[in-house]
Design a protein around this ligand. Sequence first.
Ligand SMILES: *Cc1c(COP(=O)(O)O)cnc(C)c1O
Length: 423
Amino acid sequence: MFPKIKKPKNLIYLDHAATTPLDTVVKKAMEPFLGEKFGNPSSLYEKGREARAAIDESRMTIARLIGARPSEIIFTAGGTESVNLAIFGVARFANSVGNGFKPFPTRKIAPHLIASAIEHHCVLNSFQALAEEGFKTTLAPVDGDGFINIDKLKAAVRPETIFISVMLANNEIGTIQPVIEIGKWLRGLNHQRLANHLSPILFHTDACQAAGSLDLNVDRLGVDLMSVNGSKIYGPKQTGFLYVRSGVYLKPLIYGGGQEAGLRSGTENVAGIVGLAKAFERAQDEKLRNLEIRKLGHLQGYLIKEIKKKIKGALLNGPDNLKLEVNSQNNNYKSSADTVIRRLPNNVNFTFKGVEGESLMLYLDSYGIAVSTASACSTGTTDPSHVLLAIGRSPDEAKSSIRFSLGKTTTKKDWDYLIYGVA
Ligand SMILES: *Cc1c(COP(=O)(O)O)cnc(C)c1O
């Protein structure tokens, strides 16, 4: 299976779902704030005002792109922090005394939170920590393609439920969840709950993987909270934002000088915020995005077809876009005017039965090809991927899996090298 071939001159980077390189345009936008524009945005003199203006402008850009108000954008240090702020913020606010918001005035019942079983570890491990703090949590199961089972999600709701988190797109297998449908259902349900003096259920989506491919208008999605990071959209690492719909109250994770409406104290990462806004602007530019999706979708389809043809027993993990295009009436997401997708166009994930994923990853690395075994975020553990187990793969199959994630620089030549050069 492993013939010797010539190593390509440049690294073939197929791990864009782990992180993306910094766009040169983004880097350029950041540079002044790493140099002469070093002021503290809280300072009232010129140098400070210059930094404050850059933050304000970045906030307005992001708000406009997702159909929100600037006051609804909280800058954070990445996707993990945004998600933690959403989860702990909502849970601890519901439990805090004297905030004027008493979800369960007559009962001493712990608030209950729900997430899908295939969320990123920043959700799952937050849920575990919540349980240790006395909150109740439920993980809702997914089907064989990774789609959340909406009936089981509905069945998991209790009177004391206050929060549901369902990621917009999965980082390992690219499944795009029916967030719009869940949002619609929750709006109806919350009407009934309010009439019955129950707390409304807040809806959060982790959109970190989706920001490069999908429209993130918060009203269209029907979400109250949304997490996005810079690291997956050719922006700087350790940057991100949490969208918080006005009227939704959170407890901060970090206390101090009261920056970011009191929800994220500490001197702002001005260069990072400017870079995040620039990266997000490019990621959400409809014209650029549609071109990118078409290109990546094409390369994705080609790779899936070739791997299935060339490698016996290779199992695709996650939904097959090619097949689903035929049955488009139940698709929720339009990436552009004419493409309907249920899987991120940059994600290909296969189980190669009998091959150890980690060995294959290292083998490909020796040929200058960077891929990932599960999510980079859980590297260092030898546990099989919780996502692959949740869609029904056995632990052995899960450990025999490889994720290829495409990006701006990926070409068909990379595929041909991967398929005909190495395999
Ligand atoms: C990468 C990622 C995160 C974590 O974001 P960081 O910026 O690395 O903290 C969270 N959720 C998803 C779906 C991701 O892909």
